[in-house]
Design a protein around this ligand. Sequence first.
Ligand code: ADP
Length: 423
Amino acid sequence: MVIRSKTLRLVILTSTVLITIIVAIQLIWLQKVYLYEEKQFNINVSKSIRSLYSDMELVNDVSDNVQKVIENVNPDVYLLKIDCSPNLEQLWINLKGELTDFDVYTDCRANVYDTATKKYIAEQYIDLPDAYFPSKNEKELQIYERDYPYIALYFPHRGQYIVKQMFFWIASSGFLLLVLIGFGFSIFYLYRQKFFNETQKDFVNNFTHEFKTPLAVIKIAADVLQQQSTLDKPEKLKNYAGIIRDQTSHLQSQVQRLLEIAYTDRSSLPLKKEKFDINLLIAESINDLQPLIEQKHAVLNTNFAVEQLELTADRSYLRLCLINLIENAIKYSTAPVIDISTKVDGSTLFIVIKDNGIGIATEHQKKIFERFYRITDGELHISKGFGLGLNFVKKVIDTHHGKIEVMSEVGKGSSFIIKLSLK
Ligand code: ADP
């Protein structure tokens, strides 16, 4: 069980790592596409500007290198050096024409800078066909002081425009991510299903084993009883009848456990509450376990702080809980010395069952209350059982709005503490 839950954790961990790596690669990939689109935008703007210079005589000589007269002050702003005052009407028309010709579809603010006043003397909003963004209320273009006049081209929505150009890549990455997450979940659920099937199989194996042995013993005893030689010897007869009785009571207790399974399967337990003395119930539960106590030479000490401690709860469920806890305390100890105590603090009743057994490692302490959870020592189970007892106990205590806690140290022993309200 522990080994399988480790594999389950490994599966989750591996898929998380894989998904993270793939997402990281996707992000790097998207960043590369962004840089490529940004470069493409820059090339397209440069081409439009070059065409603009050849359309209009903005500088005296542009033949050698247009790049010399363009200054890219920041990715959104281009300054185009001019030597004369251009015909503004013509300039705006040409500018719009060139930008559209070279596929620059995001809106642009064009300003003409004057060296004498150190101000923009003309401004035009060039409305390009990109309809996605609100156009009129972005911030004003700051003034870049230069000792020559220039036309400033400002693309306020350049970033968004590039991201829009990348729509296909972003959408396909998102889709891939969704597929991956779906895939991860499917693997997880498939594996979890497998995990449950295996535990179910474990349970059936354990269970068959628990029933097979007593049935075989009963059969042998019955065969012996049928023999004439046995019928003549009352001592032998008594002995074999005793064996059959013991095995039948063992089977009975297994059937009781099966009932517990049926109950733990339900989401809530129907409680039949009555008033009773909890100390008396503990004494009765100890009595029920007498054969096991004798077999393991267990020492049981009780310490009841209050005599006649009245509690209103479901008596028979609580009795099963006590039997389960005391039985575990004996089962999981080599030379069991068990202390069972009750005390009252305010309106809370504490029942503590303390053993000197093998103890429970911290990582198992929460899980032992789960259905079918058993701690394995390598591949071997330390003791026979189904891993249902504590789950049942917790369910009963929870239904009573109480609490069950475990404190344990490996090699030293465990204490199970039940807290119940006396009100
Ligand atoms: P089962 O005893 O049938 O295996 P339980 O639900 O009663 O099932 O207990 C679950 C597991 O918790 C046990 O398999 C055992 O490993 C551990 N456990 C329970 N009680 C004790 C205890 N008193 N000391 C040590 N281990 C315990």
